[in-house]
Design a protein around this ligand. Structure first.
Ligand code: ZN
Length: 148
């Protein structure tokens, strides 16, 4: 288990150091700002849907802790090319994974699984889910959300 934890740690550090899709999306048709006051994480998310309702492009910027940045980076990677419904369903499964102690590893979540460890640190769950709440706000044109 400790090897796995180290690997997870590496993936998180890598995504924090070199966040993927760390840029604006031009043009974009949805955007939102997310704020996690408990930790001070801020994220701005922009995305563009294609005619079929797929997330054609998505990017973010902001300033946050390693977990929030890595989670946003991994999220943009995994939801790109997915439909809005698919992305929502991923968030449901991801949320379950990071909040329910009895949750089993879910291979369909791919890389998102590296964040499962945050469930041992309730404060960190908000860091890990901030990007997802912001995505939801963007899709619902809510403008901004706070985790509190
Ligand atoms: Zn944080």
């Amino acid at each position: 288990m400790s090897d796995l934890r180290e690997l997870y740690q590496e993936v998180i550090l890598d995504h924090n150091k070199q966040p993927r899709n760390f840029h604006g999306v031009d043009p974009h048709d949805h955007e939102a700002d997310g704020y996690n006051p408990l930790c001070g994480d801020k994220i701005h998310l922009e995305l563009r849907l294609d005619d079929g309702g797929r997330i054609e492009d998505i990017g973010f910027n902001g300033d946050g802790c390693a977990i929030s940045t890595a989670s946003a980076s991994i999220m943009t990677e995994v939801v790109k090319g997915k439909t809005v419904d698919e992305a929502r369903s991923m968030f449901d499964r991801f949320h379950y994974l990071v909040t329910d102690e009895s949750a089993q590893p879910d291979p369909s979540l791919g890389k998102l699984g590296v964040l499962a460890g945050v469930r041992d640190y309730p404060m960190r769950v908000k860091c890990a889910t901030l990007a997802w709440h912001t995505l939801q706000a963007a899709l619902e044109n809510k403008g901004e959300i706070s985790t509190e």
